[in-house]
Design a protein around this ligand. Structure first.
Ligand code: OGA
Ligand code: MN
Length: 285
């Protein structure tokens, strides 16, 4: 196995691993090490079944399967379909609007995902060979570290309220998330969290779901939050994933946020499947 860092803010490719086989303990430990070091890792050219995807995910931890049951794979409740493809009746076969706003998976629950494992079957490519639908990942530990000292002081000890699909509803694009939104209550998280494995400090608000910073006047909260959710998008902190069919991309949700460039539409098809592994309750840093 070989780990090749992206050369950017974070992210790495793991080479020499065939995910059709159960990994031996040494390889699995090395994968987890790379995952904690680089936060976003990709295994290219994989040709895996649903069972292979589930086996790798379940080895990391308990699989989450309670949020998007209405977009679950028909035979595997653990798997969520992410796609812009429509079925014969014109209904989406999965979530077509995933990642229009920067977010951390399941950070609108008490236990944001420890890991997300997204496997791509089809990637939109233009006639002249440009791949569309990149996924961008911000390194939110680096983003925290780089904050000006006065902002670090202002956010010290603060907490936030997160709400499922908040930015989608706010911008009139909530329909697709109505079922899951109805079932979920708001949650409170620390604004600066400590990574459960590396101990690094992480900036934990995001534009998709953070409604406010607690114990601040509304206008102050809006202003500070507006600054913070833009700050994480700075190019210095971002790794851009250019997809290939057969990528298994695995990311650590605690020190990252991600966003999908929705610059593709049918007839260019994008089809992926995702499993999330349950995390722990985020602790204040
Ligand atoms: C997700 C998501 C990323 C993508 O699956 O959690 O945000 O590239 N999608 O579709
Ligand atoms: Mn996501």
């Amino acid at each position: 196995m070989e780990v090749i860092p992206s050369g950017g803010a974070h992210g790495a490719e793991i080479k020499g691993v065939d995910l059709r086989q159960p990994l031996d303990d040494a390889t699995f430990d090395a994968v987890l090490d790379a995952f904690h070091t680089h936060s976003v890792v990709v295994f290219r050219n994989q040709d895996i079944t649903e069972e292979d995807h589930i086996r790798l995910s379940a080895r990391i931890g308990e699989i989450d399967n309670d949020v998007y049951s209405h977009f679950a794979h028909p035979n595997h409740g653990e798997i969520v379909i992410i796609s812009n493809i429509l079925d014969d009746d014109g209904n989406p076969i999965g979530i077509s609007d995933a990642g229009k706003f920067w977010h951390t998976d399941l950070a609108y629950t008490n236990t944001p995902s420890r890991a997300s494992l997204l496997y791509s079957f089809e990637v939109p490519v233009t006639d002249d060979g440009n791949v569309l639908g990149d996924t961008l990942f911000s390194n939110t530990a680096a983003a925290y570290e780089a904050l000006p000292d006065d902002i670090k002081e202002q956010i010290e000890g603060k907490s936030i309220i997160n709400r499922h699909a908040y930015a989608y509803f706010k911008s009139g694009q909530g329909e697709q998330f109505k079922k899951s939104a109805d079932a979920l209550d708001d949650v409170e998280h620390p604004l600066v969290i400590k990574h459960p494995f590396t101990g690094r400090k992480i900036l934990f608000c995001n534009e998709a779901m953070t409604v406010c910073i607690n114990d601040m006047a509304e206008n102050e909260s809006n202003q500070l939050l507006g600054f913070l959710v833009e700050w994480v998008k700075k190019a210095d902190f971002v790794y851009r994933h250019k997809w290939q069919a057969g990528d298994l991309l695995m990311w650590d949700n605690f020190p990252t946020q991600h966003f999908v460039e929705h610059n593709f539409k049918l007839p260019l098809r994008r089809r992926m499947q995702r499993i999330t592994v349950r995390g722990t309750v985020p602790e204040a840093a």
